[in-house]
Design a protein around this ligand. Structure first.
Ligand code: HEM
Length: 133
């Protein structure tokens, strides 16, 4: 949705359109509940406490979709493929990651267009993170 403000055309970001920070917090929190119970994914996470990892992914997704740049202020350029290099991201890990994301996206109950946009990105990003045949 576009709105005219002080003579400039301001396009609402996807971040704003889907409800801002609370929406991304719900998404990633639900996702990490899945990860915490996943026998393949859970051992991949180096820290005992998944809280910091949850925070990083939340801030990354908020930034990607047009929200605050807090992720890069703390972590620098995302370089996600490089950051995943220490982990064995094969087809099975990809499938598990996306399965938990799918559950989390479903629970947001977004409008169909937003859901498709979000899901399309996650599918594409997950594919590009595979680093082990
Ligand atoms: C395809 C399967 C994937 C697996 C198995 C996986 C696994 C992991 C693991 C084990 C970590 C380290 C946890 C941490 O300390 O933060 C991590 C970090 C991270 N992942 Fe993934 N990931 C996958 C896909 C993705 C995708 C598709 C995205 C983006 C849409 C993503 C975004 C991130 C971010 C932002 C971090 C934190 C980076 C940092 O600042 O250090 N991951 N991932």
């Amino acid at each position: 949705m576009d709105q005219i403000k002080r003579g400039t055309l301001q396009t609402q970001t996807f971040y704003e359109r889907v409800g801002g920070e609370p929406t991304f917090r719900r998404l990633v929190h639900r996702f990490y509940e899945g990860v915490a119970a996943d026998p393949l994914l859970r051992p991949m996470y180096p820290e005992e406490d998944l809280g910091p990892a949850e925070e990083r992914l939340t801030l990354f997704l908020m930034q990607y979709w047009g929200g605050p740049r807090t992720y890069s202020e703390g972590r620098g350029h995302p370089r996600l493929r490089m950051r995943h290099a220490p982990f064995k991201v094969d087809r099975a890990a990809h499938d598990a990651w996306l399965r938990h994301m799918r559950d989390a996206v479903d629970e947001l109950a977004l409008d169909a267009e937003s859901e498709e946009e979000l899901w399309g990105y996650l599918v594409y990003a997950a594919e590009s993170m595979i680093n082990t045949p």
